[in-house]
Design a protein around this ligand. Structure first.
Ligand code: GLN
Length: 487
């Protein structure tokens, strides 16, 4: 365990008070990154980080007050930052360098944060284990035989093992929340449109959303107030200025919480126990808890994959070697394109492009894609109806804690089924937060983190940091640094 792994809130305050410097924090990050290399959380370091730290120092000397002064932040490797490689975990983009900053990077930089590195991920965000990366798998620091979840596994491990207090991931069907749960940190997926996707490499555009991973409710509120907000460069961006703050147990009093019945089956004992303890804490703080049913959720996983794969097949059409990334030379253009895609994309990505193209093809469109869009609407309507009676919904984030590497990687359906608790939220465009809610002890006495997911109505993202702060106040949240730091 490190001597300390302070929060972003504490670090920014210390930098602002001149108790430390952006460069000193960058040096500490680098030492920790070196000490945890075996976890394979990072795929590259930002070559511009020293210059960025110096710019923050100059701004502080000029008298600026910066909410994230000098705070080191890691980005999932599908978020563009000028001058950094953005590989998306793919061979095809192994040497692709971003020419510009994503909107979230502009905002973080303006707030004084320093982008220190890029985090490992499942190729193009397609996976739930961070095993499909061209850079090799990321290990779960709680048990190195196990996966950290995915696809933002590198971002989650960076925060869980104290490399940085904050990381950004992207969440198309759970990729921020599920790795957060499996590594014991917070992961927030904002309302669709709340955070600009300008500069995020698209996987499934109607579902993708950038979100933060953090170790405290205060840090979540802090970073959301920085990254959320309207951006004309993302056509789906909403006019909804962020007003996040940390709650206290007082904010939990009177909350009406609905437990989704459909999520109560098939969970491990540790997941059941963590959910039960969280509900007890809510009741103890004066919330009312009751069961609600959303029957369409049974179809969420099938619906999600029949929408995500077609969108992916369209979005990934641009990677043919002519503009971005690697290009395999061939006597003619068609062979160059097909060879580039055959060698550049991994197996799971190829599978999804094939299935997605099939589901969109004439003769099958009505049976698959169009049908999925109708079920998507039913799911969204059920959420809207349910939110007439409750303020928040709750489910496990994942039915089980971290699974073993290789356990599901040869069985795509088993991997897809791991997303059962998270994908409906993206289909409905809602905000949701995975809260570190305890541990499950498995064979060999290994302790694995367990997450509980809270879902809020659209644009009520702020409710989630109120709740998280409230739960921290009751002691129901259990954030611990992963034991292997420095190991
Ligand atoms: N596991 C889901 C998928 O593979 C979600 C991934 C994500 O949110 N990027 O599509």
């Amino acid at each position: 365990m490190p001597a300390s792994a302070p929060t972003a809130t504490a670090l920014a305050r210390a930098v602002q008070a001149r108790e430390t410097t952006p460069q000193a924090l960058l040096d500490i990050f680098r030492a920790r990154a070196e000490a945890t290399r075996d976890l394979n959380a990072l795929v590259s370091l930002n070559p511009g980080a020293d210059a960025a730290a110096a710019r923050v120092t100059a701004r502080l000397e000029a008298g600026e007050t910066l909410p994230l002064a000098g705070v080191p932040v890691v980005l999932k490797d599908n978020i563009s930052a000028a001058g950094t490689r953005t590989t998306c975990g793919s061979r095809l983009l192994a040497n692709y360098v971003s020419p510009y900053d994503a909107a979230v990077v502009e905002r973080l930089t303006r707030a004084g944060a320093v982008i220190v590195g890029k985090a490992n991920m499942d190729e193009f965000g397609m996976g739930s284990s961070t095993e499909s990366s061209a850079s090799g798998p990321t290990l779960n620091p709680w048990d190195r035989e196990r996966v950290p979840g995915g696809s933002s596994g590198g971002s989650a491990v960076a925060v869980a093992s104290g490399l940085t207090p904050l990381a950004l991931g992207s969440d198309t069907g759970g990729s921020v929340r599920q790795p957060a749960a499996l590594t014991g940190v917070y992961g927030l997926k904002p309302t669709y449109g709340r955070v600009s996707r300008y500069g995020l490499v698209a996987y499934a555009s109607s579902l993708d959303q950038i979100g933060p991973l953090a170790r405290s409710a205060a840090d979540l509120a802090l970073v959301m107030n920085v990254i959320a907000g309207h951006d004309p460069r993302d056509a789906t961006s909403l006019e909804a200025p962020p007003a996040f703050r940390v709650g206290t147990p007082e904010d939990v009093r009177g909350l009406r919480v609905g437990v989704i019945r459909e999520s109560l089956e098939g969970n491990t004992p540790g997941v059941e126990a963590a959910l039960g303890a969280t509900l007890d804490a809510l009741r103890g703080a004066g919330a009312s808890v009751r069961e609600v049913s959303l029957p369409s959720l049974r179809h969420a996983v099938a619906t999600y994959y029949l929408i995500a794969m077609p969108e992916a097949s369209s979005n990934l059409a641009r990677f043919d070697g002519t503009v971005y990334g690697e290009r395999v030379a061939a006597p003619d253009l068609v062979h160059s394109m097909t060879q580039t895609r055959e060698r550049g994309f991994g197996r799971e990505v190829q599978r999804r492009i094939l299935i997605g193209t099939y589901a969109l093809s004439s003769g099958y469109y009505d049976a698959y894609y169009s049908q999925a869009m109708k079920v998507r609407r039913l799911i969204a309507d059920e959420f809207t109806r349910t939110f007439g009676d409750v303020d928040l919904l709750v489910t496990p984030t994942s039915p089980f804690p971290a699974f073993r590497r290789g356990e599901k990687s040869e069985d795509p359906l088993a991997m897809y089924a791991a997303d059962v608790d998270t994908v409906a939220v993206n289909l409905a465009g809602l905000p949701a937060l995975s809260v570190p809610a305890g541990f499950e002890t498995v064979e060999g006495g290994v302790r694995l983190p367990v997450g509980v997911q809270f879902i809020a109505p659209a644009l009520a993202d702020e409710r989630l940091t109120l709740l998280a702060g409230g739960l921290e106040g009751t002691g129901a949240v259990r954030v611990e640094l992963a034991p292997s730091y420095g190991g």
